[in-house]
Design a protein around this ligand. Structure first.
Ligand SMILES: Cc1ncc(COP(=O)(O)O)c(C=O)c1O
Length: 354
């Protein structure tokens, strides 16, 4: 039987997203910005208490939303939960983006903004970070004149690790009279800086957060959008009734109660990030100041060969040679032992390079 499936035009010429290879759990995974220490033990205890009846019920959101809103310092009406940070970004396309609408991004950045834009058939306006990884403020202000539907800014940015200063964000918000401004704060806990307190002043400001990184819940998928109640209610109209699973809620609830675990992880990341930068600089490798749980480094032309050799040894880094310059790599900050293993391997290969 010959059938023609009426696939949307925007999907027609796409390839399927290649999810990372399976069987990575025994490798040194420093390419996904995961919390390689794992979640807090209190999360596992809370998950173990879930009953068969609870699991058989559709989830109830009110009580956990109230507690998580308190964690973010907002009212429950100002918080929307989604199935991971990725999903918390998709909701903006459902709410604001028609086919051929314009969205604005600042590259290099987190690839999901472009990914969704392509799926939704949006036009993508791009401004670029400078070679020194400075945020392109003037270009963004100029591009806002064309009234893109949504502007996505990762803050801190992945992979550059850079932060946009509040002054610049204020200028952007003042210029964004017809644009939803999404500050993607997946790494806010490491930078210590958030725009959440600004939501009541700027109705076009949306802050996206995730529990994958600092709380170490990447496998459970929980993300959040924080915005003024009336703005968020527009986004809610595009949401399914049960977007988030109970295990993720229970885990997040336990994670935010164990502040000490998150604080220890953040403290370790900062310390190990500084020492990794110092060691790499000592080898003559350029690094960029980072406000996330990762570090951007430029190994120059020998980089890609080095990354392949490390991969063969089970050390996975995120090679950004293709979308930046050859030799750029993003390295997740792991545990002290993981950083030691990484540095030993880098030193050995780096000395032997030709
Ligand atoms: C900037 C940024 N935003 C959002 C996410 C999404 O994280 P998740 O879907 O695991 O919540 C990531 C993950 O790497 C990220 O780097």
């Amino acid at each position: 039987m010959k059938v023609h499936l009426p696939v949307r035009e925007a999907i027609l010429n796409r390839r399927t997203y290649e999810a990372p290879a399976e069987g990575r759990s025994n490798k040194l995974r420093l390419y996904f910005n995961e919390n390689t220490s794992g979640c807090s033990p209190s999360v596992r205890r809370a998950l173990a208490k879930l009953t068969a009846k609870q699991i058989a019920m559709y989830p109830e959101y009110q009580a956990p939303t109230e507690r998580l809103a308190r964690h973010f310092g907002v009212r429950p009406q100002e918080l929307l939960l989604a199935n991971g940070g990725d999903d918390a970004l998709r909701v903006f396309f459902d709410a604001f983006v028609d086919p051929r609408s314009r969205i604005l991004i600042c590259e290099p950045t987190f690839p999901m903004y472009r990914y969704y834009a392509e799926i939704y058939g949006a036009r993508i306006a791009v401004t670029r970070y400078t070679n020194e990884m400075h945020f392109p403020l003037e270009a963004v202000l100029l591009a806002l004149r064309k009234k893109p539907r949504v502007l996505f800014i990762a803050n801190p940015n992945n992979p550059t690790g850079t932060l946009v200063q509040p002054d610049a964000i204020r200028k952007i918000l003042n210029a964004a009279t017809h644009t939803a401004v999404v500050m993607d704060e997946a790494y806010a806990e490491f930078s210590g800086s958030t725009m959440v307190p600004w939501i009541r002043k700027f109705p076009q400001l949306f802050v996206a957060r995730t529990f994958s990184k600092v709380a170490g819940l990447a496998a459970l998928r929980l993300g959040a959008v924080i915005a003024r109640e009336d703005s968020l209610s527009l986004v809610r109209r595009a949401m399914p009734p049960f977007p988030v699973n109970l295990a993720a809620l229970v885990a997040a609830d336990a994670a935010v109660r164990d502040r000490a675990a998150m604080q220890t992880y953040v403290k370790n990341v900062k310390r190990l990030r500084a020492s990794l930068a110092m060691e790499l600089n000592g080898l003559g490798v350029k690094t960029y100041p980072s406000a996330g749980n990762f570090l951007l480094a430029d190994f120059g032309s020998p980089g890609p060969t080095l990354f392949r050799k490390l991969e063969k040894q089970g050390i996975l880094l995120r090679d950004r040679s293709k979308d930046m310059s050859p030799g750029f790599v993003r390295i997740t900050i792991g545990t002290r032992a993981e950083m030691r293993r990484l540095l030993q391997a880098i030193r050995k290969e780096w000395k032997a390079r030709r």
